[in-house]
Design a protein around this ligand. Structure first.
Ligand SMILES: Cc1cc2nc3c(=O)[nH]c(=O)nc-3n(C[C@H](O)[C@H](O)[C@H](O)COP(=O)(O)O)c2cc1C
Ligand code: SF4
Length: 635
């Protein structure tokens, strides 16, 4: 196949120790909270992997707990601490082998990242000031944990896994020992690099001694701590890998450590890490970090890695590898780096969701089934929800027409892609608009739909995705000429003055503030609540607020707005004092309400009517897309 020629190196076989792989593409392990509460394999987990294992050479099973409950990091984390779990794990292996890939399982102890109060670590240092202080492990407790790694590896081998991987990343136990920031011990498991690496090396030695030299043992190694001082340096990581190689390690996957928003996130951004490891060992090295097949192929050609790991792209589109390898790039649902997967699985401890792929983790339940009886479907509103509903309905065989009052499709997605660091959203807009046309949806642009339009079209089913109406706060003189909605400012429909006040400090207000402060405006955000960004992913919110403060954005919370006159916003502070803020332009980002204007005119129509997305309740586009997908698959 022509495209496979383009990815010649990626599709070459490779070996990791005794494990032979059909190609050099690895599905990276991603904790998903799809196991049961006691850590057993579920049908959901098997379906998730089955869907993604077909084209890759190797699948990495997520962090799997070897010491529950003390070392368990997530509520629905997979476990391997008990023989009773082996049959389920064998079924998981079989599922992946049936898809044609080899599979390794990550052996994991969460250390100070574990849940509960009885947590353990190298030293009694809480990960965050508000975290539980972990108990410092004694030497005999360390020996016991090493044994648990060994028995877990034996179980993995019994279950049929082709290899095991020791997790030395993510601020979990092994990394915690390796890192000079977290390991302050003075005994043989602390101090210099050899001491800090002792736990890691002893685990590898002990596993190899028990399961046999020929059974592959790999590691996931984090190098450097992005956004934090200290951490394992590249030079130290090179030495650690050399020590591990001497203990018979078979392969390494390199990774970075950071809170997800400090680690650079573009294809090839972390190639220097795998390159550094390749400089000192001949072991096969897998590179990870927003890799795609194009950059991956180049990395292999240039000797910067031996295998290429793909993570989130496979969440967003399980068919990513097959589509890219056959040149069907426009069919790939893009990962937009929004962190919803991390927020759900790792931060909120609920089953992983992907913003752009509602079927992630629901592969069987959400399989698209052709419609029994094709219907004429009219979709009103060309934002993410409208496009998704139209695409899915058309894929099932319905005859779909999509109406959008603006001259192009996208709506809120277009606006959402404008603030700094949000440009990846553009790829989703492009993808959805391309799919709309590819699946044969008829598109009517620049057409405002009224009751008369619906009556004339006589659809069997009407899907309303009419979006939102902006809320205008109750402020005296708010209808002045120099007052604008955030959306109009972001899209450039309205020019603003040098000094601006933004009313509303949630996502839109904060992002608009960053957009304007980067353009040299003097920005004040006024918010009636006591905190900003309350509806945002907490990690992203923290970073965004940090950037705003550093750029000099003034933030006033807990206020009552009163009046806007003579280029001045008058507010009452939470202390009850009156304060004036100079504002050439007042920008409204005070929230939105469902736009139900059309719905209210439709009483008595015979069509089946569904509302989806923000016109039901304004939320983020994860919910809008999921709701639209569901309507599309059921009408
Ligand atoms: C939701 C989520 C869960 C993750 N869980 C794990 C894990 O269990 N083990 C691990 O080594 N890395 C884990 N990672 C890191 C990924 O393996 C990968 O290194 C990272 O996502 C970067 O690759 P990508 O840009 O291709 O997604 C996780 C990443 C995400 C997004
Ligand atoms: S689109 Fe968002 S939720 Fe989906 S994989 Fe990418 S970052 Fe995760």
């Amino acid at each position: 196949m022509k495209q496979r020629q383009q990815f010649k190196r990626l599709f070459e076989p490779v070996r990791i120790g005794q494990m032979e792989l059909k190609n050099r593409i690895v599905m990276l392990p991603m904790e998903n909270n799809y196991a049961t509460e006691d850590g057993s394999v579920t049908e959901r987990l098997k379906n998730y992997y089955r869907e993604r294992a077909r084209e890759v050479g190797l699948v990495g099973i997520q962090i799997t707990c070897i010491d529950s409950p003390v070392g368990k990091g997530y509520v629905y984390q997979l476990c391997i601490h008990d023989d009773a779990l082996i049959p389920g794990l064998s079924e998981l292996v079989q599922t992946i082998h049936d898809s044609g890939a080899k599979v390794y399982i990550q052996l994991h102890h969460a250390g100070a990242n574990a849940r509960g109060q009885d947590i353990v670590a190298a030293s009694p240092l809480p990960l965050l000031p508000s975290s539980v202080i972990p108990k410092e492990l004694t030497v005999s407790e360390i020996k016991d944990i090493i044994l648990r790694y060994v028995t877990a590896a034996e179980r993995a081998k019994k279950a049929g896994f082709d290899a095991v991987e020791v997790v030395a990343s993510g601020n979990y136990l092994v990394w915690n020992f390796l890192s000079p920031t977290w390991n302050k011990r003075r005994d043989e498991y602390g101090g210099d690099l050899r001491g800090r690496a002792r736990l890691f090396i002893e685990i590898i030695h002990a596993i190899k001694a028990k399961v046999g030299e020929s059974y592959p043992v790999t590691c996931r190694l984090a190098i450097g701590e992005y956004g934090v001082e200290g951490g394992l340096t590249v030079k130290e990581a090179q030495q650690v890998v050399q020590m591990a190689r001497d203990a018979s390690l078979d392969g390494v996957t390199t990774t970075a450590i950071g809170d997800g928003s400090t680690v650079p996130d573009y294809p090839g951004a972390l190639l220097s890490l795998s390159t550094a490891i390749k400089q000192v060992v001949t072991l096969p090295v897998t590179t990870a970090g927003r890799m795609d097949l194009e950059v991956g192929e180049r990395a292999l050609e240039e000797g910067k890695a031996d295998l290429v790991g793909i993570g989130r792209r496979l969440l967003a589109d399980p068919g990513y590898v097959a589509k890219a390898a056959s040149g069907r790039f426009d069919e790939i649902t893009p990962c937009i780096a929004c962190m919803v997967c991390i927020e759900t699985s790792l931060l909120r401890n609920v089953p992983l969701r992907c913003a752009v792929n509602p079927a992630c983790g629901l592969e069987n339940e959400y399989k698209l089934i052709p419609a029994d009886k094709p219907k004429r479907v009219m979709v009103v509103g060309g934002g993410p929800a409208g496009m998704e509903a139209a695409i899915v309905a058309a894929q099932r065989g319905h005859q779909v027409t999509l109406y959008e009052k603006e001259p192009r499709l996208g709506r809120q997605l277009i606006v959402a892609a404008i603030p700094p660091n949000k440009d990846k959203i553009e790829s989703l807009t492009t993808h959805l608009t391309t799919q709309v046309r590819k699946v044969g949806v008829k598109v009517e642009l620049g057409k405002e739909v009224s009751r008369a339009t619906v009556e004339a079209a006589k659809p069997d089913t009407l899907v309303l995705a009419t979006g939102i109406e902006n809320i205008i706060p109750d402020i005296l003189n708010i209808d002045e000429a120099n007052v604008a909605f955030a959306e109009d400012v972001l899209t450039g429909r309205v020019e603003v003055g040098i000094e601006v006040a933004i009313i509303g400090g949630n996502l839109v207000g904060c992002e608009t503030a960053e957009f304007l402060v980067n353009r040299g405006m003097k920005v004040t955000i006024v918010e009636i609540l006591d905190r900003l960004a309350t509806k945002m992913n907490p990690l992203l919110a923290m970073r965004l607020l940090d950037r705003l403060t550093k750029r000099g954005v003034i933030i006033v919370t807990g206020v009552k707005h009163e009046e806007y006159k003579d280029n001045t916003l008058v507010i009452t502070t939470k202390e009850g004092a009156e304060k004036t803020i100079r504002a050439d332009t007042v920008i409204l980002a005070a929230g939105s309400r469902p736009n139900t204007k059309l719905l209210q005119t439709l009483e008595g129509l015979t069509s089946e009517i569904h509302s989806v997305g923000d016109c039901v309740e304004p939320r983020n586009f994860t919910e809008a897309i999921a709701e639209a997908f569901n309507i599309g698959r059921t009408i």
